[in-house]
Design a protein around this ligand. Sequence first.
Ligand SMILES: [Zn+2]
Ligand SMILES: [Zn+2]
Length: 84
Amino acid sequence: MSHPAPKCPFCSGDVSGVNCVSCGADITAPRRACSGCGKQMLSSTKTCTQCGTLHRSENVWKIPLIVGMFIIVIILNVLFVMNS
Ligand SMILES: [Zn+2]
Ligand SMILES: [Zn+2]
C-alpha cells in the first residue's frame, strides 16, 4: 500500500518532489487561503492568481509602526538628555 501522491494545493496538479509539475509552485512554501476565492495561494504572493484579489502582506503595516516607535524613543531620549 503506497501513500497517495501529493497534489498541488494551487492547481491540483501532480507534484514532483516539492514542486508542482503543472505550475511549478513549491508546495512546502508558506501559503494561505485567498480571501476572495478561498483558493490556496503562496503567502509571498500579493495577487491571487485565481481571482486577482490583492493581499497586503500581514506584516507590512507593522514596519512604519516600529519605525515610528523608534523615532519616539529617540526623541524622548534626546529630550531627557537636554532636560538633565
Ligand atoms: Zn500547481
Ligand atoms: Zn483568489
